[in-house]
Design a protein around this ligand. Sequence first.
Ligand SMILES: *Cc1c(COP(=O)(O)O)cnc(C)c1O
Length: 404
Amino acid sequence: MAGGTDDKGLSPATRLVLAGRKPEWTGPAVNPPVWRASTHLYENCAAQEAGRHVNKDGLFHYGARGGPTQWALADALTALEPGAAGTMLYPTGLAAPAMALLSVLKAGDEVLVSDNSYDPSRTIAMHALRDYGISARFFDPLNLAGFAAMITDNTRAVLLECPGSLTMEMCDIPALTAAAKARGLAVLLDNTWAGPTGFQALRHGVDLSILALSKHVGGHSDLMLGSVTANAEYYPRLRKRSLMLGQQAAPDDCALALRGLRTMGMRLERSSASALTIAEWLEGRSEVAAVLFPMLPGASGYDLWKRDFTGGCGLMTVVMAGRDAAARNRLIDELKLFGIGYSWGGFESLALAIHPERDRAEMPWPPPGFDPADRFALRLWIGLEDPADLIADLTHGLAAWAAP
Ligand SMILES: *Cc1c(COP(=O)(O)O)cnc(C)c1O
């Protein structure tokens, strides 16, 4: 987390401690209390009437616009993203790309969606937006010229995700962003994998940076939340559309997220370091065809990760060498320290069978250059356990994979 100082020269590690802790929200306590409030009371009728005409962040009005606990989290996320004008919060991570898209698109527009996007984001584009007269096409984010050629006069926005969901491709965000900006597109990036400490999205040309806070910010597998942080050009319309459609996050969950945020840097460093150790070990195993993990030197996408990112997290995909789905499932079922479950970013390790071929329009699975037999894959989230224990567990899993 060395890189990426903000305008005041403070590094992300320091900002994670300071961010959002305004005295008017915290009082004498270190953390803001949980303000559970629907109704905010006005002093008199004149104050209430005057309040109707000001609609700004950080002012008491009604619970739908949040209160100090939500404002503190939003303010913290804005402080972590140099170039940001503000942050909106949502009750799930998935609501974040939904609202970002709805704030920049209208009937008749088209959005280009990276083909390796989080599957539910693809569904929003393909189904929900289509019902509102907004069309969507998928593109291969590794094909820069192809992307630029797809932009038409109706194209209004592009949704990127880097690295890609499940298949972990790194795309050239500054180059894609430059091509998009040349045609006046809004650039949306789902930055959940690296988060604001691992990739400074807005400084690299992104307009709206999307996070599933359920992952690293929560960090303890006990809450659902999402956010979008936007620059000055896009924040006003993001805020307006989100509030118009009744989007707000619960103060209790925001307080948990603020608690998680303070240790996020350390947790991500630990998770990434353990993941690197495990990825290097897996790469040397004959049972494994490929480890898809951009922080691994020599892996696909490593050079772009090194050039543009200052961090990442312990999420990787392991492609097995041949055999079948049953063998891959035996491996997963054999693991004692890895739970089987959706999501990631918590303190505990997870393993999940994945099926990238089920939701790709343009990008083949297995990827170009792979033996077609090497297609059965699992996703690993590396938590805070001792990596030596996780390697011992995986060793048992690999033996179960190899068993006839
Ligand atoms: C998990 C995830 C989401 C959705 O977050 P939820 O809080 O689970 O709804 C969105 N984008 C990416 C990349 C994710 O991994």
